[in-house]
Design a protein. Structure first.
Length: 89
């Protein structure tokens, strides 16, 4: 299970039920992204800094790894492609 705390992106209560079988967590300054064992991704925190994956959710299948900057994420998929989200500039 995953336990989070803090007021700057640390509150994961909205997605707590989705945080099962987590194998990796990465963070921007104010958002988090977790990869589950099945390769799916759950995010929380500031939506403009990576906490919202609604625009790329359909692409985030078979995620192997996630890397983060201070305001964006990049996911590497099993086919070798990459998907990015978060602040664009």
């Amino acid at each position: 299970s995953v336990v989070t705390w803090g007021d700057l992106g640390g509150n994961s209560s909205a997605v707590q039920d989705q945080l099962k079988n987590v194998k990796q967590i990465q963070a921007t300054n104010f958002a988090f992204a977790a990869i589950s064992q099945d390769g799916s991704v759950v995010t929380w925190g500031r939506t403009d800094l990576g906490g919202d994956i609604s625009d790329v959710q359909h692409q985030l299948k078979g995620v192997e790894q996630i890397q983060a900057t201070n305001s964006a994420f990049a996911a590497i998929l099993t086919d070798g492609s990459a998907v990015t989200w978060g602040r664009q500039s």
